[in-house]
Design a protein around this ligand. Structure first.
Ligand code: FAD
Length: 602
């Protein structure tokens, strides 16, 4: 059934509206076509990437390029690209699915894939003119050419709009001359096209250009040596120098001064794709860890039988489950929003741009949450392997190193945390999400007398869903009080913003896990979902602790006296379970299942 405007939450609205489990998309909803795509990608990953893991670790950059070319031949580079430009136009969920299942073999390939299909191609599909799209996108979609994205400079990282690279119009008005230095450019060593951001005269904002790079006729472009990195060792990362590089005026992307907007919107897409790209790594790390734990014996016992190891297996599984739930939920929201806009007469380009922009908050949340989950998972994976985890001979060491970059690129996690809250406040001010009304209602509730009725929690997840609703109230209470206190100065209180974003992140992730497990319990039966239900409950329990800690620190930092006492009482009320889940039992149930299946099996 086609989604209608009223069915789909707007970006950020999850915080103030209740979502029904029937309205979320879950990985169990993949169509037959998507399942076939998943199988094909998994098979490719095993054959072309995992089988050659050692070569990637030995910095075989040529292999990364070769496998990228093969991915292009199979159509994997063009999943998101419209058919008119040589792609498969499979929709946003399928795009995510490919990013997900192609990325777990090595971070080297996954970075090359992400940089090419995301930030290397999307700026043209989203902002290019018809001529630019016809000329370049088919080459990129098939892997005939590879793309790179040149935004970062030695002096301009998180402050991306501060770059010093210049673009100067020629006297005849036919071309620009680009001069400057970019650094940390993924795919630089084998790309044929670069999206380059440069400043024209003293413009406030940078401008985007499509720059061809032909090594036989380099047009003033030179590359630095390959960077020697902690992880993603076979991903080509170089500095790029532009020395009077001539670019025809028709290669400007969108308009003059539009570059910062292009850069940010390309990153929105990149962020959710990066979350997707961390998911199969998490699954694979858990599978590798449980297989080892089942085999490795100490004290005449497989280490998987020790409670300490079961704890880790259960936590790893629950975070992977939540990551999948939230990523595919948001991906489908984006896909539906794009379809709605197209139905309303928007071009594919406009629809996609606005569709993704709408969910920029969720994209930032996912980027932060999943990149940190995969890192924690890899860390625990090393621990389960003990000394062997520290050895290059086992896969955990590389997984841990590769995971590390996800917290840095596509906007650091600090920047994304602050962006998520900042964008939410902006949406509220524009009237797109009504935060004021619900925040006022929470204040009124706090002034009133709490209900002493015994709630009916007989239905599955009744208490958990109420808890999620309370966490939302807690966010509104803390954020509302902080906005009242600091007004526009809130931007300067970064610790508060980060605490607020941690609350936001946990709400979205926990709610997504619960809705997925509830939806599946309704259609497949509760008995078939016992472990999934346990994972959702475990995730929520952990989320409540994180929310409580961040809420408390925030309140203490800005409120005093009676106000502080009232807010702390509210906090206590909003994080209180009536019936605490037996977390130890939940972990045991999850770990037993993972142990028995010898893999991540959800
Ligand atoms: C392997 C790799 C591949 C990359 N690929 C690409 C690519 O293909 N194209 C490209 O353009 N770039 C690429 N990058 C660059 C990447 O996007 C940047 O490294 C990233 O944006 C951070 O910028 P920076 O390194 O200058 O760190 P900085 O911006 O100097 O940040 C340093 C620290 O300060 C924090 N910080 C910065 N500003 C603030 C603030 N306002 N408030 C609070 N904290 C702040 C950051 O969160 C971080 O913890 C890549 C980087 C790496 C390492």
């Amino acid at each position: 059934m086609e989604a209608t405007e009223k069915d789909i939450l707007r970006g950020g609205q999850f915080l103030v509206k209740e979502t029904k489990c029937e309205d979320v998309f879950t990985p169990e909803d993949f169509s037959e076509e998507q399942k076939m795509m998943k199988e094909a990608v998994m098979e490719f990953n095993e054959r072309e990437i995992i089988a050659h893991k050692a070569r990637f670790e030995a910095k075989d950059y040529a292999l990364t390029e070769e496998v990228m070319r093969k991915a292009g031949e199979l159509g994997f580079l063009g999943v998101a690209v419209p058919e008119a430009y040589g792609g498969l136009d499979m929709g946003f969920v399928s795009t995510l699915l490919v990013c997900d299942y192609i990325s777990s073999g090595t971070g080297s390939f996954s970075t090359a894939f992400g940089a090419h299909t995301g930030i290397g191609t999307m700026p043209i599909t989203l902002y290019g003119t018809e001529e630019q799209k016809q000329k370049y996108v088919p080459k990129l979609a098939t892997g005939e050419w590879f793309g790179a994205y040149c935004l970062t400079e030695p002096g301009a990282g998180s402050d991306a709009n501060s770059g010093k690279t210049t673009a100067e119009l020629s006297a005849d008005g036919k071309s620009y001359k680009i001069n400057g230095q970019k650094m940390w450019i993924s795919n630089a060593g084998f790309c044929r096209l670069m999206i380059v951001f440069a400043r024209i005269e003293n413009d406030k904002n940078i401008t985007g250009f499509i720059v061809e790079y032909d090594k036989t006729n380099p047009n003033g472009i030179t590359l630095g040596e390959e960077e020697h990195k902690l992880g993603i060792r076979a991903s080509s990362t170089r500095q790029v120098f532009f020395n009077d590089t001539v670019v025809p005026v028709e290669n400007m992307l969108a308009g003059r001064g539009e570059g910062f907007k292009i850069a940010m919107n390309a990153l929105n897409v990149g962020r959710i794709k990066l979350a997707g790209a961390c998911l199969d790594s998490q699954r694979r790390i858990l599978t590798t860890a449980v297989q080892y734990a089942n085999e490795r014996k100490q004290f005449n016992t497989p280490i998987a039988d020790f409670g300490a190891i079961k704890y880790k297996l259960a936590e790893m599984a629950a975070s992977a489950y939540a990551g999948e739930s939230a990523t595919y939920r948001a991906a489908k929201n984006i896909e539906d929003r794009i379809a709605l806009r197209q139905a309303a007469g928007n071009s594919h380009q406009e629809a996609e741009l606005k569709g993704v922009e709408e969910y920029a908050i969720e994209c930032s949340i996912l980027k932060v949450a999943v990149s940190e989950d995969v890192q924690n998972c890899a860390d625990e994976g090393i621990q389960i392997f003990g000394g062997m985890g520290f050895s290059e001979e086992t896969p955990m060491e590389a997984a841990w190193r590769d995971a590390r970059i996800a917290r840095i690129y596509e906007g650091t996690n600090e920047i994304n945390r602050m962006l998520s809250v900042g964008m939410l406040v902006k949406k509220a001010m524009k009237g797109h999400v009504d935060l004021l009304g619900p925040a006022q209602a929470v204040q009124d509730e706090l002034m009133g007398i709490p209900s002493f009725d015994t709630p009916d929690y007989s239905e599955l997840f009744a208490e958990e869903k109420e808890m999620v609703a309370k966490l939302k109230k807690l966010f509104l209470m803390v954020a509302g009080a902080a906005v009242q206190k600091f007004g526009p100065e809130l931007d300067g209180h970064q610790q508060l913003l980060i605490a607020a974003s941690d609350i936001l992140i946990e709400i979205y992730m926990a709610e997504s896990a619960i809705l997925r497990a509830e939806k599946n319990a309704k259609r497949f039966g509760e008995d078939a979902q016992v472990v999934q239900i346990a994972m959702a409950k475990l995730y929520l329990y952990n989320a409540v602790s994180i929310v409580e800690k961040n809420g408390k620190e925030s309140i203490i930092s800005f409120a005093e006296g009676d106000e502080q006492r009232m807010l702390l009482m509210g906090l206590k009320r909003f994080v209180k379970y009536t019936n605490y889940p037996d977390i130890v039992d939940l972990r045991l149930a999850i770990a037993e299942k993972v142990k028995a299946e010898n893999k991540y099996c959800f």
